[in-house]
Design a protein around this ligand. Structure first.
Ligand code: PGA
Length: 248
């Protein structure tokens, strides 16, 4: 396994004061946590400020979304090249909130994934099943289809250097975390599926990860870290989750 990775997804929260305080605190703390790669994904308007705050530190920057197109008359869109230009290393694609609230289907997510690669960004591809799909025994079928959309458009090797985040939709923002065993089972499925194509991606778990459940999740052999929503907005909580990812 490569170095574990913990990514904070701020969603539509934050302001300039929070960027200065929270990104500053995490950037400073990252130096003492070299065993884990750490990234934060604030909203678009704050990326430049965050890049300036974390400059010279080990903390990396990511965005939460990007346009399919490289440039052009697409009012309101933000391209991968722009994200790279302001200092982003990562970009989240296919988060379940984008899929369910903004109509992004797997075909569009795959095109965003391809746009991220073209802009030299590392995509964090989110996959995950709804509660009804899990209860119907469809988890693996749903996840396979989400992965296959990317593999079909971008090629079998597309996931080699990518980050995949398994985020069961029923666990996001609900406080209902997957058990370590549930997470491990899906992570193993994802790893087997993409390793058949020769890829060894970093596979994160996301969905109500908190300081008190992180260690159990990260102890699973196929869980390489976490994508953290709510708990990434509080420095102490986020850093204690980063600590739980440190190799022991
Ligand atoms: P949560 O969000 O940690 O608040 O559940 C995770 C995510 O949506 O990435």
């Amino acid at each position: 396994m490569s170095r574990p990775l913990v990514v904070g997804n701020w969603k539509m929260f934050g302001d300039r004061q929070m960027v200065a305080g929270l990104v500053g605190a995490v950037a400073e703390a990252a130096a003492a946590r070299a065993g884990v790669a750490i990234a934060v994904c604030p909203p678009f308007p704050y990326l430049s400020q965050a890049a300036a705050v974390l400059q010279g530190s080990a903390l990396r920057l990511g965005a939460q979304n990007l346009a399919v197109e490289a440039s052009g008359a697409y009012t309101g869109e933000v391209s991968g090249a722009m994200l790279r230009d302001v200092g982003c290393h990562y970009v989240i694609v296919g988060h379940s909130e984008r899929r369910s609230l903004f109509g992004e289907d797997s075909a569009l997510v795959a095109r965003k994934f391809r746009a991220a690669l073209a802009a030299d960004l590392t995509p964090i591809l989110c996959v995950g099943e709804q509660l009804a799909e899990r209860e119907a025994g469809d988890t693996e079928r749903v996840i396979a289809a989400q992965l296959d959309a990317v593999l079909e458009l971008c090629g079998e090797q597309a996931l080699a250097g990518a980050v995949i985040a398994y985020e069961p939709v029923w666990a996001i923002g609900t406080g209902k975390v997957a058990t370590p065993e549930q997470a491990q089972a899906v992570h193993r499925f994802i790893r087997q599926r993409v390793s058949a194509a020769g890829s060894t991606p970093t596979i994160l778990y996301g969905g109500s990860v908190k300081p008190d459940n992180a260690a159990g999740l990260f102890a699973q052999p196929d869980v390489d870290g976490g994508l953290i929503g709510g708990a990434s907005l509080v420095a102490d909580q986020f850093l204690s989750i980063c600590d739980a990812a440190l190799p022991r």
